[in-house]
Each structure stands twice: as C-alpha cells, then as structure tokens.
Design a protein around this ligand. Structure first.
Ligand SMILES: [Fe+2]
Length: 199
C-alpha cells in the first residue's frame, strides 16, 4: 500500500471547537492526556501530510468516555462514546478511528489501516508516559523534560509499569519512524500545550 493511500481519509477537522466542548463536559482526570495526544497527533499529521485538525480531533477524543466508565474496559469506546459523538454530529469515521486505537478489542473490525490510526495507536501510550516522566522531575515542568530522560525511563521497566512500551515502539513498523523521532515530535508538541496540561 502506498503512503498516499494510507492518507486517504474523511476529514472532520471542523469538529475541533465541538471537541473542546466535549472535553470540558466529559473529561476530568484524563483531560491532560487527551489535550497532549491531540497536540501530538496534530504534529504527526504535519509530518506525514495528513489533515492536522482531523488528526487533532481524533487524538483529543480517543479516550473521551474513560472518566465516565470507572475503569470498565469492556465498555471503553462502546455505546457511551458513540452517544457522546452523536451529540456533535460526528461522522462515523471518527468513531471508527477512535475504536481502532483499542486494538485488543476492536482490532478486527477497525484495523490500523490508515496513517492516522497507526499514529494514534503509537502515540497514545507515549503521551501518558511523558506526563509521568515530567512529574518525577524536580521542577515538574515539561520544559525541562528531554528525549534522553524519556528514553532512560522507558528502559526502567518498574517505572510507570502499566505503560505498554511495545505499543510505542511499534512506530518503527507502523510509521517507519525511529523511536527517538516519535518521542522528539511528541515532546515538542506537548511543550506547546504545557499550560493547558498543567505542566
Ligand atoms: Fe489514551
């Protein structure tokens, strides 16, 4: 499959203002992760030639239901999320893109078959990890977090042990991108929204 066919995609960037509204309404603990993932996705769209606002909306809303679910993985990306997205007249492609990131559950129905989906899958675990790395720095400021400190912590398996390092490292295969570059782009994007994510 050529790179350009992987970029063919419905655009739903016009939903950006509505996406901000949904975060205000439904996201609490997960909000920083969602803002960070939106920023990273926007940066990756620019890198790969996707529609930056579409990619950003997918990043911002991919865990929109999580704070309402009380850690119920069975319901993640299910009917509740569908209802939330219907409330802003989102096209079905947005729900499908979001479901693809929960590959353990929806992998067969919504495969990682576009650049947007591949990028969301890899970056999802990384934004949370970068937040965790920043919070153990003396300043707790993302401005002081560097690529090398993120990489060092990734090798320490006891640190933020719940983060799936393999999912992040799939960037080699899925995006044809070195891990260092994915970390650098994601970190830079998150520095751009430092205030919004409280770091
Ligand atoms: Fe996530």
């Amino acid at each position: 499959m050529t790179n350009s066919s992987l970029l063919q995609h419905a655009n739903y960037g016009h939903l950006l203002p509505a996406a901000h509204g949904l975060l205000e309404e439904h996201a609490t603990r997960t909000k920083a992760h969602l803002i960070a993932t939106g920023a990273a996705m926007e940066a990756l769209a620019k890198k790969f030639g996707g529609d930056p606002e579409t990619w950003k909306v997918a990043g911002m809303l991919h865990d929109l239901d999580w704070d309402s679910l009380d850690k119920d993985w069975e319901k993640h990306c299910g009917d509740e999320l569908k209802k939330m997205l219907e409330g802003i007249d989102a096209p079905p492609e947005l729900l499908a893109d979001i479901r693809s990131h929960y590959a353990h559950h929806y992998g067969e129905e919504y495969p990682l078959d576009t650049m947007l989906r591949k990028a969301l899958y890899c970056v999802d675990e990384l934004t949370g990890f970068i937040i965790a790395v920043t919070l153990v720095r003396p300043s707790k400021k993302i401005a002081d977090t560097e690529v090398k400190s993120v990489k060092k912590k990734m090798k320490d398996k006891s640190f933020a042990a719940q983060v799936d390092r393999e999912q992040i490292a799939k960037c080699n295969e899925l995006l044809d991108m070195e891990l260092d570059e994915l970390i650098a782009i994601t970190l830079e994007a998150m520095k751009g929204v430092a205030e919004e994510i409280g770091l």
